[in-house]
Design a protein. Structure first.
Length: 435
């Protein structure tokens, strides 16, 4: 991923230096386990650890790979240059390249998950804070983009908090599922390496042994992982779209923070555009683009092919780096979001009270009017508001058929805004577990 959409903490997980460091640790821990079994001399295992503080020369490894056309062999050759050919002759004993590559990938994905979980925690904290801040600030709810009935801004934030909390739970499970390692040798039979070596390496690397591998770790795990990232990205876009709609000029119930010196347009100096949430919409698409290739990686030939390899070299870094950036950008947007209760009230009032039409409909049915007739009476008056800009309450009071069922006081009571917020506390308790 390009630096513009990257945070250094996540980028470092995918750097060549980090990758080769993990490769070294896997090989060194495997040597320790082999020495404990008496398969290799203990002195040779100890000698490998002399490279613990070494800086692996990425350029040198690339130079060797240009000849060998094999990245793991190139690394092992460079490792032997550091610790000595004789001392390193037992490195990679009984192992295959996928043991190193697959186990390393899962270490990286697990570490990436930890950063993503931290990003989600920041988003959740921001959403919770804003939810309670605007718990009872009433705004118009919309269905099909059209004014429906009142909600509160707090409920909007609470809804997104619940969605992100579900995403966090999924990511925890996805991290658990991806955190496996395999040191099982060619075609995964342990013919040339004892299963205890795998157990030792996995324990040292923060993984659990893959119950059954072929020559690779099964890719349904990775498909699940990237699918989870895709769902989280979709939730990010869900929040971003709502903010973009709220920032529209004719709505303007909230907008992104506009910093001093910021410019919205090269041509129109008045513009304040929702550029951050538009950016988040695009970044979410990038993350989701990894899902289908990850699913297609599940089906491999027999015990192993490498059709998945090129895909994962791209989507592993790109999807996690992009999502990490997006989560932290979203958190910043929510933390600084400008909310305008006065504009929310203005929008509530735009349709002359039509948002209370359902209450009037239900009140008429309670008075013995059939639902069909009640609907006709309410809609008849509502259409005059739509078409002539009339006041809904005034029209209802002037309608003889409505007045035959409802008194003026009963009509007035149906326009009480507090009716729509009476269960906000109940919803908040469900989302946040607070009374």
């Amino acid at each position: 991923m390009i630096p513009r959409y990257s945070r250094p903490e996540m980028v470092s997980i995918w750097s060549p230096e980090t990758k080769f460091r993990i490769w070294f640790e896997i090989e060194a821990h495997a040597c320790d386990a082999q020495a404990a079994l008496g398969v290799i001399p203990k002195a040779n295992a100890e000698a490998v650890w002399k490279a613990k503080d070494a800086t692996f020369d990425v350029a040198r490894i690339d130079e060797i790979e240009a000849v060998t056309k094999h990245d793991v062999i190139a690394f092992l050759t460079h490792l032997a240059e550091i610790v000595g050919s004789d001392q390193a002759r037992f490195v990679h004993q009984g192992m295959t390249s996928s043991d190193v590559l697959d186990t390393t990938l899962n270490v990286q994905l697990a570490r990436a998950s930890d950063l993503l979980l931290a990003g989600m925690d920041r988003v959740l904290a921001a959403l919770k804070k804003r939810a309670f801040e605007h718990k009872m600030d009433v705004r118009i709810g919309r269905s099909h983009g059209i004014h429906a009935e009142p909600v509160t801004m707090g409920l909007t934030f609470a809804r997104f908090h619940a969605e992100m909390a579900r995403g966090r739970e999924r990511l925890v499970r996805a991290r658990e599922e991806i955190a496996t390692g395999a040191i099982s040798g060619a075609v995964g039979t342990f013919a040339n390496i004892d299963p205890s070596v795998e157990e030792h390496v996995c324990a040292q690397m923060g993984l659990v042994p893959e119950p059954v591998s072929t020559q690779v770790i099964p890719r349904d795990r990775h498909a699940m992982f990237f699918a989870t990232l895709g769902v989280i990205a979709a939730s990010i876009e869900n929040v971003a779209i709502e903010i973009r709609h709220m920032q529209r000029t004719e709505v303007l119930e909230a907008e992104e923070f506009f910093s001093p010196g910021q410019k919205g347009s090269s041509a129109m100096p008045h513009k304040r555009n929702p550029v951050l949430t538009e950016n988040l919409t695009g970044l979410s698409r990038l993350v989701r683009s990894a899902v289908t290739p990850a699913l297609e990686n599940v089906a491999l030939w027999h015990e192993r092919d490498i059709s998945h390899s090129s895909v994962e070299r791209a989507i592993g870094p790109d999807a996690t780096i992009t999502l990490d950036f997006a989560l932290n950008r979203l958190a910043g947007v929510i933390e600084k979001l400008l909310v305008y209760p006065e504009n929310m009230q203005r929008n509530l009032d735009r349709l002359g009270g039509l948002v209370h039409s359902q209450r009037v409909l239900l009140a008429l049915t309670q008075k013995g009017v059939s639902r069909e007739d009640a609907y006709r009476l309410v809609q008849r008056n509502a259409m005059r508001v739509w078409e002539a800009g009339a006041d809904f309450r005034t029209e209802l009071k002037a309608d003889a058929e409505v007045r035959a069922a409802l008194s003026e006081a009963e009509i007035d009571e149906k326009f009480d805004m507090g009716y729509h917020t009476k269960h906000v506390d109940t919803i908040f308790a469900r989302v946040f577990g607070e009374s």
